[in-house]
Design a protein around this ligand. Structure first.
Ligand code: FMN
Length: 332
């Protein structure tokens, strides 16, 4: 039976959804390639957008691309396409992070769930949250995220092979202290500081992080309090500790980083659907030898890749802008 391949227009729309994903410093370290006759969409690492000082091993690069892959799968499901994908499919081509095959859902598909219909429906539902999700670095209220919502967030991460552990108040306080410590080290690393300025200061490098001169930069957390108070992660000083969740995987290889990125984005989209604000922090903890110390010693957490701050807050402006598609999508 002949298989239908997606049109260029469809692929363009799916890639646009993919690029709404979060990435460290909004670096957008992804490229897409689609050969219409083969029907496979490739997700590749953009090596010209990697961050050698802030992300020396490429963990954040893989996570950002994993988040983009999750968006792509959700947008495809919403448009009526099933996706089959392989992460790092070519041992000899480590820049090829995922190969995605798209297949039309047959009109006369039998009832039941023989072919992942329930999963496709769950992903399709999340697609509506893609344009709504963005990082909110403002202070959050003290309102507790209810247990049923926490359970949904955990399930979302688990569905993608990750684990999400909500830190108890003492654990959250300990994580914040470690973050302040790690951040202090970051601020003594000239390479990281230069990168931070290059990728988040549009006045100095208009197109670096935003791809669009004149737009606001991608701000960063500052646990230690060097930024304006509204940009600070609350909890480093006075007040109740913030609600933090640690995202981890059991193993710590590049394929796990892509998995962690998908788990992160799936949890963030579920959070958005439930009216939660979220902010991700990674570099200062997961990138250094401090990484393992953020684990709760009583719980098996694996390798922590990111700390999520979750809660309720007033709306903030949308995400910083993304690169134009013609710079990152190669249609053949
Ligand atoms: C792997 C990863 C690590 C991140 N680490 C940090 C961080 O340490 N501090 C921070 O403020 N934001 C961090 N972010 C959030 C990005 O800065 C943010 O996603 C980007 O600026 C795009 O904005 P948006 O999330 O509103 O779309 C991280 C995002 C990802 C995917």
């Amino acid at each position: 039976m002949p298989t239908e391949n997606p049109s260029r227009g469809t692929v363009t729309r799916l890639v646009e959804a993919a690029t709404a994903a979060p990435s460290l410093h909004n670096a957008q370290p992804w490229r897409f390639r689609y050969a219409a006759d083969g029907g496979v969409l490739e997700l590749r690492a953009a090596m010209d957008r990697c961050l050698p000082h802030s992300d020396p091993h490429g963990r954040a690069l893989h996570m950002g691309c994993g988040a983009a892959l999750l968006n792509l799968r959700a947008a495809a499901a919403e448009a009526g396409w099933r996706t089959a994908f392989r992460v790092l499919p070519d041992h000899y081509d480590p820049r090829l992070l995922a190969a995605v095959r798209l297949r039309r859902v047959p009109e006369d598909a039998p009832p039941g769930d023989p072919d992942g219909a329930a999963e496709a429906a769950a992903l399709a539902e999340l697609a509506a949250q893609i344009p709504r999700r963005h990082t909110n670095r403002r202070p959050y209220t003290a309102e507790r995220v209810p247990d049923p919502v926490r359970a949904l967030l955990r399930a979302a991460a688990e569905r993608e092979g990750g684990q999400l552990l909500f830190a108890s108040p003492w654990h959250a306080t300990a994580v914040l202290r470690l973050a302040v410590d790690a951040e202090g080290r970051d601020f003594h690393d000239p390479g990281r500081l230069t990168e931070l300025a290059q990728w988040t200061d549009v006045d100095e490098r208009p197109t670096a992080a935003t791809g669009d001169p004149g737009h606001r930069p991608a701000p960063v957390h500052d646990f230690a309090g060097r930024l304006a108070p509204t940009e600070r992660m609350p909890g480093a000083g006075d007040g109740p500790p913030p609600q933090l969740a640690l995202l981890s995987t059991v193993e710590d290889r590049p394929a796990d980083w892509v998995r962690a990125g998908q788990a992160l984005e799936r949890a963030l989209l579920v959070a958005t659907a439930h009216g939660l604000s979220a902010a991700v922090s990674s570099g200062s903890l997961a990138w250094t030898e401090l990484g393992w110390t953020v684990n709760d010693p009583l719980l098996p957490a694996g390798q922590v890749h990111a700390v999520l701050r979750l809660g309720y807050a007033t709306e903030t402006p949308a995400s910083p802008p993304r690169l134009p598609l013609h710079q990152l999508l190669d249609l053949r």
